[in-house]
Design a protein around this ligand. Structure first.
Ligand code: HEC
Length: 116
């Protein structure tokens, strides 16, 4: 019974984090509203700029991947919070991207989380 494997694990943990993220949404005014909790305001132009100067060399100019994996569907795999953590701490053979300030990191993570 090894059919699930890593993909299943990531899918599972993504769903768990997603659910946990929703229930702990500290946003009382929109609890009943129509605005989806996941959508953060993202400055796409700024995110692209941050991406180009910090990530493109390893993930490709079109997110297609190079030395690092493709990020074209990264939002289907990770939430923006998880992407922030990957940027901040690195992962596997990806080094932590310490030159981003917290705002750049958050904006970039939000932008990438929309790539599904
Ligand atoms: C030095 C090359 C390098 C740079 C620069 C780099 N990455 Fe990576 N990245 C990698 C490698 C290699 C992996 C695969 C890590 C692993 O899981 O072993 C990776 C994995 C990832 C993942 C997980 C993808 C997945 O499907 O598992 C995300 C998200 C990511 N990088 C985002 C970024 C972002 C955003 C930046 C810029 C702020 C960035 N990376 C900069 C090399 C890099």
């Amino acid at each position: 019974m090894k059919v699930i494997g890593w993909k299943g694990f990531w899918l599972f943990s993504t769903v768990v984090v997603w659910i946990a993220g929703c229930s702990s949404d500290p946003n009382p005014s929109t609890s009943e509203g129509k605005t989806s909790g996941e959508s953060v305001q993202v400055d796409a132009a700024q995110a692209k700029e941050t991406y180009q100067s910090n990530c493109m060399s390893c993930h490709g100019d079109q997110l297609q991947g190079a030395q690092g994996p493709s990020l074209e569907k990264v939002g289907a795999k990770f939430s923006s919070k998880e992407i922030e953590t990957i940027i901040q701490r690195g992962r596997g053979s990806m080094p932590a991207q310490v030159s981003l300030n917290p705002e750049e990191r958050k904006n970039l993570a939000g932008w990438l989380a929309e790539k599904k």
